[in-house]
Each structure stands twice: as C-alpha cells, then as structure tokens.
Design a protein around this ligand. Structure first.
Ligand SMILES: Nc1ncnc2c1ncn2[C@@H]1O[C@H](COP(=O)(O)OP(=O)(O)OP(=O)(O)O)[C@@H](O)[C@H]1O
Length: 875
C-alpha cells in the first residue's frame, strides 16, 4: 500500500487504524460503502468475488481497492469469516452531515469465528464456542468455553486427554491460548481447530480473577463453584481479554459460569466420536446418530441434544430422571404435543436474549420474546400440575416474567417492523406526547387537504393543488389559466410551463409542525424502545434460564417422539457390571435400509465375570462392525437418558467407551499408518477401567498377517488378564484368535451367520456362538467385479495356503506357539512366491511387486490396477 505524507487524510486515517489490527481484514466505511485497501483488497476480491481496482489516492504509487455496499455487510462478512479471516469493521463514528473535514472512524467490532454474533455466521443447531486454554503442563490444562451468542459459559481443568475430550465434545469455533504453546497445541490436539495465540502476560491468575469478579460483580467465584479452579479461571480470563480486544464490551448476557466435572459424564475420545459416527463429518451423504435422533423443534433443543450426545451422563439418578420424564411424556401425548407446540413458538430465546446487550435485537424480535413468555406461562401452568417430579421442577424453574411481558406487549404495536429507527413500533396510548405528535402529523396532513379546499373556494381557483417537493417543501400550484386570481400575499417560488407554484406563511407554519413532529416521533419511539431494552437487561438471568429449560423440555419430548416412532424401549441402568441387550439394532443403519429390507436384531451379553470378551468373526460385509457399533450406541443412548433401539436393555453404568478400528478403515484422514492404530490402542490400554466398554474392530490389520495376529492375540490376552477386566467386543478376520476361547475362560467366540447357496453367500446377520472358519474375502472380490481369472487364481492360492496351514498344525504347532515366533513369517514369505518360476527377469520383477503388496489393505480397484501392471509386464 502507498505510504507517506502525500496520502490523502482518508488514507492516513485508514493506515493509523489498520496498524492496530494488522492481522485482520479492515472493512473501512466510506459513505455508503465498506472499502478495503492494499493487501486486504486483494484478499477481499478473491474471497468475495468483488472487483479489484487500482487507484492513485493522491500519492505517488497506486493502491488496490475493493469495496461493497454497506447493506451487503452481513453476506460478505460471513464469507470472509468462513474463509478463516478475522475481520475488523471500521465505522463512521459521526454523522458526515454534521462534520466539516474528515469523519471520525473507529473499529466497532472485530469478528472472528469464535466471537460471531451475527445470525448469518451462526448455525441455529450448534453452539459457537470460543475456547480459552491455559497450559500449565500436560497434566494441568485449564479450559473455558464461552458461546457469546447464547451466553453459555463453562470452566474445566484436567490433563491433556481430558482437554482433548472436551475440545472434541464442545467443538469450539476458535481456541485462544499462550503464544509459546503453539507447537504443543498442534502436537496435542491436531490441526482441526481455528486458533489464535495471545501474549503470556494475559494468562495471569490475579488478572483473570479480577476480570471475572468485575464482570459478575461478585466478591469471589465461590457461588459458581469454580473458586479453586485456578487454571480454568486463567483460561476464562483470557477469553474476557480476547472479547475486549475484539471490541465486545456488552456482555451482560453472560450471567454465570458453570463448572464441568470430569466424573459427571461418560467420556468418549475423538477416535470413538468419529468411529461411532455420532455427529456429521461434513459429508452430507452419510447420516450420523445426531441426524437420526435430532427431532427437536427449537434451536435450544437442537444445540442441547448435541451436547447431551457428546457428553452423556454418568449419574444414574440424573439419567433415570430423564428416562422417567420421557416415559411420562410418551404416556401423555396431549401434554407432549402441547409442550412441543409452546417450545416451538418461543423461538431461539437464548440467542434473542444475547442480542439485547449488544443492541442487535429488533422490535419484532422483542415482541417475539414477549409472546414466548406467554407460552412459558401456559407451559408452567400445565407442567406444574403433572405427576412427574422432574417435569414439575422444570416448570418451577420457568419464569414467565409477567411484568416484562405485559410491558412489551403494551408498548409495541401488534406487528412491529424489523428496523427500530424507522418508527411505527410503539403502540398508541403508551406516551401522551407521542400520541399528540402523531395526531399533529396526521391532522397536519388533513389540514393541508382542508386548506386546499378552502383556498380554492376563497380564490375561485378550481385547479388549486397542494404539493410537496424537497426544495421548498409544501406549495400551492395554480395553472396558468387561473394565475390572475392569485392573492398578493402568496409568494411565488417556481414557474413551470403550465403552472406557477406559491407558498404562504400559513402553509409554512403547518409544514414546520408536521416535519418537526415526524422527527420528534422517531426520537420518542427510539427512546421508548431503548427503555424496553434496558428493562429487558434486568431480566437477563430468568430469560436465559427459560431458554435452558425449554431446551431440556424439547430434548425430552424429542426422545419420547423417537421412542414412539422408532420403537425404542426404556433401558435399565444399573451399578453392576453385566451388559445385556435383547434384540439390539443399529439406530442409524436401520433408518437407511432400502425399502423392504429389515434390520436383523441381535442379543448381546457381556459380563466381566463370565463372557468378558467376545471374539467376533464372520464374512466380510456380514455385519460385524454394525454389531460392535450398535452395542456402543445403545450404551451411549441409555446414558443420554434416551430410550434405545432394543426390546430390552440392562446397561451397566459405563465411564468410557473406547473404539478402535483397524488402520485401513481410516485412510481418509491421512491417518492410515499402523503406528496410529497402535497409538490409539495403547491409549485404550492405559486409560481403561472396570466400567469401560471396549470395541476393537480388526485391530492389527494394518501390518503383515503374522504381526497382526500376534498383536491382536496379545491385546486380547492383556484385556482378559488385566484387573479391570473391561467388557470387550473384538471383531476380527483372524480366525486364529478363535483358539483363545479354549485357553482363556472369559473369552467366547461368536460369529455372524450366513448361508452359502451355490457359490453365493446370503447374509443372515444373526449372531451365533462359535467362530467362523473363513472370511469370504474372495467372494467379496468377486462381487466387486474382479475378473474370473484372478478370482480362480486367488481360490487356488487360498486352498494351497490352507493346506499348508493344516500341515503346520499337524506338526503340532498351535497358533500360540507361532505367535511366540514373531519374526518367522518374514522369511516364510518365500513360500508364497514359489508359485512363480523365478528364473526369468520378468518374474523376478513381478515377484518383488507382489511382495510389496499388502493384500489386507488393497482396494478392489488397486488390485485391478496391479493386475494390469503385471499383465503389461508379461507382454
Ligand atoms: N443386522 C443387520 N441387519 C441388516 N443389515 C445389516 C445388519 N448388519 C449390517 N448390515 C448391513 O451390512 C453392511 C455391512 O456391515 P458391516 O460393515 O458391519 O460388515 P462387516 O462384517 O464389519 O464387514 P467387513 O468385515 O468387510 O468390515 C452394513 O453397512 C449394513 O448395510
């Protein structure tokens, strides 16, 4: 950008402001436009698709420029922030009409992904958290999460695993932390978050505490239960500082802070959240559990449901409270429908309330809040009479704020406009002067009509008309034919081709009254509206509580509706350790089956004292993964307080669900390495407890067969022998693991049944005791359209390998013995290649090509390409 004293005053002002926000795109208001200059203009033109021009602003060099009309701000702001930019909005702070010289300008808001308050930047069904993180060391991390658009504020503390789980569960839109921890943050939590680094001095306990106490107006933080959480408080302090830095001074809607306790929730780590497909991954084709369960009718409900899903409860009392309420709502259809109708009509109470201190709420939204309060009154009355404790308590917490509601409805007209500044929003009878001015304004207009008539009669000018223009206001117009009848007292103002225009002193007096009245009307209306907003601020806390209660009611009704619609049943949560689910189904797959297809339900029993570990084998595509996942999903749903897709479910209180899927299932995330698989498995082994549920899906398949079997075997052994004895489902293609059943008492083999008809498999999908003998991988290859020659050859090799395996066994080598000779398979690999004549160069090539292939990780298409390569070599 051009610099120097030859800049215009406007550009000098721009440069001074831009210096304060070097890492943000500065939207600089000039007249009716927001302009960007220099590098900002280059970026804005690329991201927004607006024209980039160059102009010489009175300086020696050219300056890039790109702008858009001010009324398009919301649309363009949204695009810039979504593209990952921080955007500083610089407005004119004075009315240009009243200023001589350059208008004062200043940044009124710095918008970043985590501090967005604009409707367009927010998704109604998800929170938009800004997270603050304070690293003390790996075992002491303070966290704070604030959704400025709803006022929800949480504090937590824990080690890095716990911090990771919280970040996964609350999925903040932006994370701020100490500058010198940038590398550590990426190493620990990956690259998935939008981050911003802050100076170290901000992360100071007394500074943070002071900030919090000043904000809440309290002497200590004891009332919030967070007094002792120094690291969490420091993280919260960083958030407050960041809000100040981004010009967000109006935070009266943050009325309290809540602590998140580690042991109050059942935890899932990021792999489990992903493997169980709980929330969408941005791939709209794939349905996730949240899609199926979310039949809420309000934004508060939708946001809360997501939190319930990612942070299920671990307190039986609280879970049963939800389950009983859901059961009650199922039995009382009328009340449920009435609750849902009321919740729906209330709108997004949380976000509307948060707009009050920001002065972003419009008259129509204020009236909406008041109408919501009427619904809350109805809800409160209806629920407090019902015989369900939890619903009654929720009803008690609702506050219809009658004074506020009455006042709003009395003050505003029935259908107020969206914009506050244009008048017509205050009802008649609210303000005497306003009513009088309004009658002057309307009467004034009537007067002009009467004046036209009487003057016409007095002067005999039948063509007389009263008109108005911006140059000299109201006038009397007389056609040339009647010009001679005009009295001397009239003052001529304009001569037209066919007519003359005059003003009279009387006309001007009335004109002043009318226009003065209109200006005054606008000012009084604005004043009254501001007063309403001030009154609303006093009700911030009860209004927010209403929003939260409405969210809970919405979720409970949603669970009741789901139970009825999808035939879910009430689970029994218990403090024991045995898990028993009868006729369990996968809630997502059963919703996506083609018409006429029926989901095959299965029973699952796991018990640390009996059947602790199930080794599950079965053909490819038979439903092993589905069975594992449905067991986890039923357990999870029960901990949310939802009914479950089963006919009966006895669920032990579970502290953690772990799932690991063999590496090649995760190719897309660039995390396909065996190392990742092993890291993940190691984290299970190191974090499990006797209350954990462990699901292992084809663990070990990311490496050579013998390595894989050995590792899978020893993991199963470890889980069996470890004192925590976690309930485990282990799906595998390694049939060798079936030998474990004979050796270890709490390991049981199961398989998923199928029937072979001719050379076809029919999947019966029923779980049955005992292992299965082979995988039908070659059959799947055939289904995928591999050439018959290739399939025949694969069958030949398979039977050769099976004979060889049987022969080895005859020689008395059990699998366990083989596992002990871990390295042997590497040299043994030669046997697989004796099928080729290795004397020619071509075959040596093919041999090394095949040696390099890992069949376990080869997709059908890759196999075809390899085959094509081999064929070409033979040519
Ligand atoms: N119980 C069931 N009832 C009906 N359809 C099912 C059932 N279980 C699984 N399916 C269907 O079969 C498909 C394959 O299931 P799944 O992925 O669980 O197989 P798998 O045995 O784990 O296969 P692979 O070993 O190849 O990973 C599912 O996507 C689903 O459409």
């Amino acid at each position: 950008m051009a610099k120097g004293s030859s800049d215009t005053p406007l550009m000098q002002q721009h440069r001074a402001i831009k210096q304060k926000y070097p890492d943000a795109i500065l939207l600089f208001r000039v007249g009716d436009f927001y302009e960007t200059f220099g590098q900002d203009a280059v970026v804005a033109s690329q991201v927004l698709g607006i024209t980039l021009t160059k102009r010489n602003n009175g300086s020696a060099s050219e300056n890039e420029l790109a702008g858009f009309p001010h009324h398009a701000l919301d649309t363009y702001l949204h695009k810039l922030v979504k593209a990952g930019y921080r955007v500083a909005i610089c407005d004119q702070l004075e009315d240009p009409k009243t200023v001589k010289g350059i208008v004062k300008r200043g940044v009124t808001e710095l918008v970043t992904p985590g501090v967005a308050t604009n409707d367009k930047l927010l998704e109604h069904n998800r929170n938009n958290f800004l997270a603050g993180l304070h690293f003390k060391d790996d075992n002491q991390i303070g966290l704070a999460f604030l959704d400025i658009s709803t006022g929800e504020f949480f504090i937590a503390e824990g080690d890095k695993e716990y911090a990771d789980k919280l970040l996964q569960s609350l999925q903040p839109a932006e994370v701020v932390f100490q500058r010198q921890y940038q590398k550590r943050f990426k190493e620990t939590f990956g690259h998935r978050f939008y981050t911003y680094a802050l100076d170290e001095w901000i992360f100071d306990e007394s500074f943070a505490r002071e900030n919090m106490l000043r904000h809440f107006g309290t002497h200590s933080l004891k009332g919030f239960g967070v007094e002792e959480m120094s690291h969490g408080i420091i993280a919260a302090g960083a958030i407050f500082h960041y809000l100040k830095e981004t010009e967000h001074p109006n935070l009266q809607h943050i009325t309290h802070v809540q602590r998140i306790n580690r042991d109050e929730h059942m935890w899932m780590d990021r792999f489990t959240i992903r493997n169980l497909e709980l929330v969408g991954n941005g791939n709209s084709d794939q349905r996730c559990l949240l899609d199926v369960l979310d039949n809420t009718v309000s934004p508060m409900g939708a946001r809360l449901l997501k939190r319930w899903l990612l942070m299920p409860l671990s307190d039986i009392g609280k879970i049963n409270q939800r389950l009983d309420a859901v059961e009650w709502l199922i039995a009382h259809t009328d009340t449920r429908q009435q609750v849902q109708a009321s919740v729906k009509q209330c709108g997004d109470v949380e976000r509307l309330v948060s707009k009050v201190p920001l002065k972003k709420i419009n008259p129509r939204e204020v009236l909406h809040l008041a109408k919501g309060l009427q619904q809350i009154e109805v809800l409160k009355q209806s629920l407090s009479q019902q015989n369900n404790d939890y619903l009654q308590r929720l009803a008690d917490a609702l506050n219809p704020c009658p004074l506020l509601s009455d006042n709003i409805r009395r003050t505003l007209v029935d259908n107020p406009p969206v914009a506050a500044g244009k008048g017509n929003l205050i009802a008649t009878g609210v303000h005497a002067e306003l009513d009088e001015l309004r009658s002057i304004a309307t009467d004034g207009k009537n007067y002009l009509a009467r004046l036209q008539q009487s003057e016409a009669e007095q002067t005999g000018i039948s063509s007389l008309k009263v008109g108005f223009n911006n140059v000299f206001g109201y006038y009397l117009e007389v056609t040339n034919a009647h010009k001679s009848k005009v009295p001397d007292s009239w003052i001529r103002k304009q001569t037209l081709v066919n007519a003359e225009r005059y003003i009279t002193p009387e006309l001007k007096t009335y004109e002043e009254k009318i226009t003065g009245a209109e200006e005054k009307i606008l000012a009084i209306e604005q004043g009254l509206f501001d007063e309403l907003l001030r009154e609303l601020q006093d009700y911030m806390a009860p209004l927010q509580t209403n929003g939260q209660v409405l969210g809970i009611l919405d979720c409970l009704c949603c669970f009741a509706g789901n139970a009825l619609q999808y035939q879910y049943r009430k689970p029994v949560l218990h403090n024991g350790s045995a898990l028993m689910i009868k006729d369990a189904r996968h809630p997502v797959i059963e919703r996506t089956l083609a018409a006429g297809e029926q989901y095959v339900a299965n029973d699952i029993d796991l018990d640390p004292e009996g059947q602790q570990i199930i080794i599950l084998t079965g053909p490819n595509m038979s439903g092993k993964s589905a069975l594992l996942r449905q067991t986890a999903l039923v357990t999870l749903m029960a901990h949310m307080g939802s009914f479950v897709p089963a006919t009966e479910a006895h669920i032990p209180l579970t502290d953690k669900i772990f799932t690991r899927v063999g590496a090649s299932d995760n190719l897309s995330g660039g995390e396909s390495t065996f190392m990742v698989e092993m890291n993940e498995t190691a984290s299970i082994i190191n974090n499990l407890s006797s209350r954990s549920l462990v699901l292992l899906d084809e663990i070990g398949r990311g490496t050579s067969t013998y390595d894989g079997i050995s590792i899978a075997w020893s993991i199963a052994e470890y889980l069996h022998h470890c004192p925590q004895a976690p309930k485990t489902l282990f799906a595998t293609h390694y049939h060798e693991l079936n030998e474990l059943e004979e050796k270890l008492p709490r390991i049981k083999n199961y398989h998923i049944t199928n029937r072979e008809v001719g050379n076809k498999i029919i999947f019966l999908r029923k779980l049955a005791p005992g292992g299965s003998t082979h995988s039908f991988g070659i059959h799947v290859a055939k289904l995928a359209g591999m050439p018959p020659k290739l399939i025949d050859r694969a069958n030949e090799i398979l039977s050769w390998l099976e004979t060889k395996h049987a022969h080895d066994n005859e020689e008395g080598q059990s699998m366990q013995q083989k596992v002990k000779q871990l390295q042997a398979p590497k040299t043994d690999a030669q046997m697989q290649l004796s099928i080729f004549d290795a004397h020619t160069e071509v075959f040596t090539d093919i041999r090394s090509m095949l040696e390099a292939v890992d069949i376990n990780r080869l997709t059908p298409v890759e196999a075809l390409l390899k085959l094509n390569e081999i064929k070409n070599k033979l040519k």
